[in-house]
Design a protein around this ligand. Structure first.
Ligand SMILES: Nc1ncnc2c1ncn2[C@@H]1O[C@H](COP(=O)(O)OP(=O)(O)OP(=O)(O)O)[C@@H](O)[C@H]1O
Ligand SMILES: [Mg+2]
Length: 451
């Protein structure tokens, strides 16, 4: 959520921008050019600095004007709003980071403002934060690390598959960070987030004069990733014409900027990710078969969280450690009952959803331990959603049974403090059978011990 200062002749522009940016911006504030410095300073004094200044190109600002805004705004990024065809030239002259065309379009505005706020592509993305490690228990995570280490030392193209929130980007970063390229940039391009019309320019860049506002050469993100790794997220959304260009990069490490008559060479390692079924896209003619073969040299499949519920407890503790500093709360534990709540839910949004729920629980938590009342989780989706009749009956039935068993067992163990004999008696089950079931679901009885 961004704070944007609109510096414009007309206060009306504030409404337009606020409306177009929608949820992307938390605050959109207006100031005339003479009052902009004061607003920026006030933002910093209040502990809520602006992320981006959207600066009217009329009258054309000088370098001194932009420099002053940047200084007063504590390094705020300045994006020019220009109506004419030579906006890029004006931006280049005055030192603005980027330029957006007037009248504004939602897609372009959101993209350029978002990118300006994120800062230069390479900033602080290079080194992993200590908290960003891939966590898991059991054989799944061991195999994953084996595959990551195996492929990291090579330049082989990696394709990561998995539902939303399963950790695809984290795996891509881990590969890059364990590779000989770790000191070079790791550049992320989300093929779904960038409007199609801008994507080619973003990726490949252009030469001066390639189109009306191309008043100077621009390197694309492919060139920015030179000697490093390019992570193409949501590769399934890449438009067909760009698929051909990407194929060429993979085959010969060559590409051409828009409007250029020369080929250029790059040395990049490419990692792709998608939550779509590429086979299906190929069958539908939306994804090139030859490109699919090229990117699918070394596939990595990330299982959804509901297939590895044994990871939940560990991830909960991991996120508590990761977030407590940021929240400034002395939370250092999670009660067995709260853990059972997490373990009993099937997380359609996977690890990202789990992280959000832990975060929410920590926000409302008033002590040093997260209690079950702090945990807000909807009913398990398996219980409420309409059955997906496109899937085989047996598979779906098994899934429902698994979910039920897991929820039943976590609650049973919670009530009986992890005591198997007592739990078996209460459930009317044979102790050995209960033990086998608990094992199969990877539940750790020790977590349910009452203090
Ligand atoms: N195994 C894991 N251990 C620790 N953290 C994880 C793990 N998997 C995912 N995360 C965390 O969960 C969040 C979501 O992960 P990530 O962004 O990598 O998912 P994704 O598959 O790229 O999702 P999407 O398809 O929605 O882009 C991140 O904060 C990430 O650090
Ligand atoms: Mg992602």
């Amino acid at each position: 959520m961004l704070r944007v200062l609109v510096v414009d002749r007309s206060p009306q522009t504030r409404e337009t921008i606020a409306e177009l940016l929608g949820d992307l911006a938390r605050d959109v504030v207006w100031a005339p050019r003479e009052g902009a410095g004061e607003k920026l300073r006030a933002g910093i004094a209040a502990g809520a600095p602006f992320d981006v200044v959207l600066l009217d190109a009329e009258p054309p600002p000088t370098q001194a004007v932009v420099r002053e805004l940047v200084t007063l705004g504590g390094g705020v990024r300045v994006v020019l709003a220009a109506a004419g065809p030579d906006g890029a030239a004006v931006a280049a002259r005055c030192g603005a980071t980027d330029v957006v065309a007037r009248p504004f379009s939602t897609a372009e505005l959101a993209f350029r403002i978002g990118r300006a706020a994120a800062g230069p592509e390479r900033a602080d993305k290079r080194r992993p934060r200590k908290s960003d490690v891939l966590i898991g228990t059991g054989s799944w995570i061991k195999d994953m690390y084996d595959r990551i280490t195996m492929v990291a030392v090579t330049d082989v193209t990696v394709a990561i598959f998995g539902e939303s929130g399963t950790g695809k980007e984290l795996v891509a970063r881990t590969i890059h960070n364990s590779s000989p390229r770790h000191d070079a940039p790791f550049v992320v391009v989300n093929c779904a987030a960038i409007p199609e019309a801008l994507l080619e320019d973003e990726l490949f860049g252009h030469v001066r004069g390639a189109f009306t506002d191309a008043s100077r050469d621009r390197e694309g993100l492919l060139a920015a990733a030179h000697t490093g790794t390019l992570f193409l997220d949501e590769i399934g959304e890449l438009p067909l014409p760009l698929q051909s260009k990407l194929l060429r990069v993979l085959q010969s490490q060559e590409f051409r900027r828009i409007g250029d008559d020369q080929d250029r060479r790059v040395d990049v390692r490419i990692i792709t990710a998608t939550n779509r079924d590429l086979d299906q896209l190929v069958a539908a003619g939306l994804f090139r078969q030859d490109l699919y073969y090229r990117i699918n040299v070394f596939p990595i499949h990330l299982p959804p969280l509901r297939e590895r519920p044994e990871d939940i407890a560990m991830l909960v503790h991991h996120f508590v450690q990761k977030l407590r500093g940021r929240l400034g709360k002395p939370i250092d534990g999670v009660s067995a009952a709260a853990l059972a709540r997490f373990a009993g839910y099937d997380f359609p949004g996977n690890v990202r959803e789990l992280e959000n729920k832990v975060h929410q629980a920590m926000v409302v938590c008033s002590g040093t331990t997260i209690e079950d009342v702090d945990v807000a989780l909807p009913k398990s989706r398996a219980q409420t959603a309409r059955p997906d009749v496109d899937r085989p009956f047996r598979e779906l039935k098994q899934e429902t049974i698994d979910t039920f068993e897991r929820r039943y067992l976590t609650e049973l163990l919670r009530v009986h403090g992890g005591n198997l004999a007592q739990a078996a008696r209460a459930a009317g089950m044979d102790r050995k059978n209960l033990w086998a079931l608990v094992e199969r679901h990877g539940l750790d009885r020790a977590q349910f011990k009452k203090p």
